[in-house]
Ligand binder design. Structure first.
Ligand code: UDP
Ligand code: MG
Length: 335
């Protein structure tokens, strides 16, 4: 019977967890019962529809009662497993912890706030069961309520990424997906500190299939993202997946140099044939400011990459787990 891990990163989710657990039980319990189609004279049926489950919660350094709620759930239900990180490492890192500790033949990643409807789980499993695809991802049909500017930025971001990378970056697709063990093993090998997991799913390749869903509103608490953190994630996405901005800096430099040359030539010829009355203070200021601006942007871009190199060469573990199902953890970086 295939084991399915439901991977849920949690950061201060005490309000959502009980409802999430309820919803998971409602969906998963019927899937655990061995259906009659499975019992047929010792021959494994091509279409299995009974599974065992592991609900793997990653407590990402919550400062509320999230951990104790998970522990209580574990005393009642042995399917509940948990990893307790030593502090808040962020969702991207928490997910890597999940990939490392997941035991399932397939892993379904979900948010704790029920924005990802568990009702999609049977459909994902059905598609995975055919054995054709290693990644069943859910695409949001609508983006929900969102300020206009934020939406435009998001569209721009995807357009840039799409043009700048060699693989397809999927729009309106998040972490809600089912990944086969094969994809999980691939993801475990990507251990960079600066993580942009949404890009990694595309980078690792494998056969994918799409299903659609209506994104729900958060059932409780607040989203941990604001405009600035989303902007940061977007920069992270672009910088960690392509070196195109560096190329852009080169082009900008060449363009300004060419402009300056043409401009210089124009004044040289003008001085030769027309004479040159002293003027042009504003032009001078504008050129100095323009050049200064371009130089600063370029240094900024180089700095972004340099900063990442700095973080990667330290080879720090991406997260530190202090507890797994009540057991103390000591060394996880060799996992
Ligand atoms: N999360 C996490 N660590 C963090 C921030 C968020 O594990 O530092 C989890 C959070 O508990 C939730 C999921 O990541 O299960 C998505 O977070 P959120 O709902 O805040 O993001 P949004 O849905 O707005 O993208
Ligand atoms: Mg959410």
């Amino acid at each position: 019977m295939p084991l399915i891990t439901i991977l849920i990163p949690c950061y201060n989710e005490e309000q959502s967890l009980p409802a999430l657990y309820e919803a998971l039980c409602t969906i998963c319990n019927p899937l655990q019962e061995v259906s009659s189609s499975n019992i047929c004279e010792g021959i494994t049926p091509p279409h299995q529809d009974s599974y065992s489950f592991e609900f793997l919660f990653i407590n990402d350094g919550s400062i509320d009662d999230t951990l104790s709620i998970i522990k209580t759930l574990r005393t009642q239900d042995e399917r509940v497993c948990y990893v307790d990180l030593s502090r808040n490492f962020g969702k991207e890192n928490a997910m890597l912890a999940g990939f490392d500790f997941a035991k399932g033949d397939a892993v379904i990643i979900m948010d704790a706030d029920l924005q990802h409807p568990p009702t999609l789980i049977p459909e994902m499993l059905r598609i995975w069961n055919n054995g054709e695809v290693q990644d069943v991802y859910a695409r949001r049909k609508t983006r929900g309520h969102e300020p206009w500017l934020r939406k435009q930025f998001s569209l721009l971001f995807y357009r840039i990424l799409d043009h700048a990378t060699r693989f397809n970056v999927l729009q309106n697709v998040g972490d809600f997906r089912l990944l086969d063990k094969q994809a999980i093993y691939a993801l475990r090998r990507l251990r960079e500190t600066e993580r942009y997991t949404k890009g990694m799913y595309c980078w690792i390749g494998f056969r994918k299939q799409e299903i659609e869903f209506e994104q729900q509103d958060r059932i409780a608490g607040n989203s941990k993202w604001n405009f600035i953190s989303l902007l940061n994630l977007a920069i992270e996405g672009i910088i960690s997946f392509t070196t195109a901005p560096l190329r852009l800096a080169t082009y900008l430099g060449m363009l300004t140099a060419l402009g300056a040359f043409v401009y210089g030539l124009y004044y040289f010829i003008k001085a030769l044939f027309v004479g040159d009355p002293v003027a042009g203070f504003p032009t001078l200021i504008i050129v100095i400011l323009l050049l200064g601006g371009i130089q600063l942007i370029t240094i900024g871009i180089i700095g972004e990459y340099l900063g990442r190199i700095f973080n990667e060469v330290k080879h720090r573990p991406v997260y530190l787990a202090q507890e797994y199902n009540g057991e103390r953890q000591y060394s996880i970086q060799d996992k």
